[in-house]
Design a protein around this ligand. Structure first.
Ligand SMILES: [Zn+2]
Length: 503
């Protein structure tokens, strides 16, 4: 194999007529995000219902790949897929009182059908599926032999979101997976919330490359109807927290409301214990493109790139047909080898194509000119390091696989560094103020994440530019020594929490 590294090429900047993307992501994130969504064709915002967007192929292909990875991981941990109706009768929805109270303001209701006028019973367009699934769970679960029951469904949910919407990050319709598990004991249910968090780490951090901290949420910020909520928070380039999946310990709150009982081995009846887990793939996609993109555009991890490799023929008049034939054959060969490949034989100039596909985030570009054809080689450009290498066709498959892997590892390492650089600790209020100005996630001593800490959290938010208590790191090993005090009420700290601004 001949491998020659050449310097970063200048093709794009040499061609002055090409409009480049070039937006400073970290300092100008809002503009970066809005522009990349439009220019890379990730969402069409022109659909005429507020908060609802159209997903064109470039985002849809990637999102489907992400679903596939996520579902396989859930399967691996003993879950099985189901499909439930999208509508929930009002009588089901009303059964668990905390749940109703929490979700009622966000529900879309279907009230009439056809020409027959009002429906006898209003139907909620599911905002989440507890109240759709659990009446059936009470029929499915009879004895201890039916447990544990671990099911998930992939689909959409609808919530009437009052805050301003943003594609992928916050909308009125989102695409997600929801897992709903049932156990005989509280201990097993608690263990499931830890397993769900592990699944989040395995998929979101290790495969999609999005670093996060898993938090136990404060009492005042938990899922409606849950005993405890655990959620993964990542940091966006503008220094704000974004919540990724959350997992909820439901205890027996819902099983009592929906009569989910099982008979134990002695023939005695018990209420079951439950958990639910909700990775919103559309939002994870939004985080993924934000975390990995650079000032030139998107960078997809190799595994979830809509197209992994683009072939650009560099055509001269003399050798035109040879280069075209070689490129076509190369495309066929790589497709057979299982790569997602696109041959760009449009009549744009090569420099223009380079810019365009770099902006779209394709991990690898193959350039084919006369020399490559003559020597049975390809020139490989990788999107993350912008380095070029020349490689032989015979070993190309292995080379591409290893470059793809190395690219993903490299962008994950970069994302982790950015994340860790933005973690801070404050022992005084002055330090807290300084870190907040520098857009950090800050660990501080705190009185309590039980309800008696809520007033302090409100005051923190008011006095420190919207800073919010995100919770206790589930991997936290440090506990207050007794010296530390809550910054707000001055009472001895019971725990350390992270605070910061959120989406
Ligand atoms: Zn306090």
């Amino acid at each position: 194999m001949s491998q020659k590294k050449t310097k970063t090429e200048k093709t794009v900047s040499e061609d002055t007529q090409i409009e480049t993307f070039n937006i400073d992501k970290v300092n100008n994130f809002s503009e970066w995000f809005t522009e990349i969504v439009k220019r890379a064709e990730l969402a069409d915002m022109r659909y005429n219902v507020k908060g609802f967007i159209v997903y064109p192929p470039w985002s849809t292909i990637s999102i489907k790949l992400m679903f596939d990875i996520y579902e396989k991981e859930l399967d691996k941990f003993g879950h099985q897929p189901v499909i439930f109706p999208s509508v929930i009768p009002e009588s089901n929805f009303q059964v668990e009182s905390d749940h109703v109270e929490g979700f009622a303001p966000e529900v879309f209701w279907i009230t009439s059908a056809g020409n027959s006028g009002l429906l006898e019973e209003r139907l909620a367009l599911r905002p989440t599926s507890e109240t759709a699934m659990y009446p059936l769970y009470s029929l499915w679960i009879r004895s201890w032999r039916d447990l544990p029951l671990k099911r998930y469904q992939s689909g959409k949910v609808w919530r009437y979101e009052g805050k301003s919407t943003r594609p992928f990050i916050r909308g009125r319709e989102f695409i997600w997976i929801e897992g709903h598990d049932v156990f005989a004991t509280l201990e097993e249910a608690e263990a499931q919330t830890r397993e769900d968090m592990q699944i989040s780490f395995n998929v979101i951090q290790d495969r999609f490359g999005i670093p996060f901290i898993g938090f136990q949420r404060p009492e005042w910020d938990k899922f409606a109807g849950a005993v405890h909520t655990y959620a993964a928070d990542t940091l966006m380039p503008d220094g704000r927290f974004l919540q990724l999946p959350s997992t909820h310990l439901l205890g027996d709150n819902f099983s009592k409301a929906f009569n989910i009982e099982y008979m134990d081995e002695e023939g005695e009846k018990h209420y079951a214990y439950q958990t639910c887990y909700g990775p919103a793939i559309s939002r994870i996609f939004g985080a993924m493109i934000s975390v990995h993109g650079d000032d030139t555009g998107l960078i997809f991890p190799f595994e979830v790139a809509p197209i992994q490799i683009v072939i650009i023929p560099i055509l001269s008049k003399k050798q035109r047909s040879k280069v075209e034939t070689y490129s076509k054959k190369l495309q066929e060969m790589l497709q057979e080898q299982g790569f997602r490949v696109y041959l760009d034989n449009s009549d744009k100039r090569p420099g223009e194509k380079y810019y365009f596909w770099e902006m779209k985030g394709i991990p690898i570009r193959l350039e084919i000119g006369r020399r490559e054809v003559k020597d049975s080689q390809v020139t490989i450009f990788r999107r993350d390091t912008r380095e070029k290498e020349i490689m032989d066709l015979t070993t190309l498959k292995e080379s591409l696989k290893s470059i793809g892997k190395s690219l993903t590892q490299n962008i994950i390492a970069k994302a982790k560094k950015f994340f860790e650089d933005h973690l801070a600790r404050a022992d005084t209020i002055d330090q807290l103020v300084e870190h907040l100005e520098n857009k950090k996630m800050i660990k501080i001593p705190w009185c309590s994440i039980d309800l008696d800490g809520e007033d302090c959290a409100d005051e923190l938010k008011d006095e420190f530019a919207g800073a919010q208590v995100r919770g206790i790191d589930v991997r936290e090993t440090e506990f207050p020594s007794g010296e530390q005090k809550c910054f707000i009420c001055g009472k001895p700290a019971k725990c350390f929490v992270y605070v910061g601004k959120q989406y």
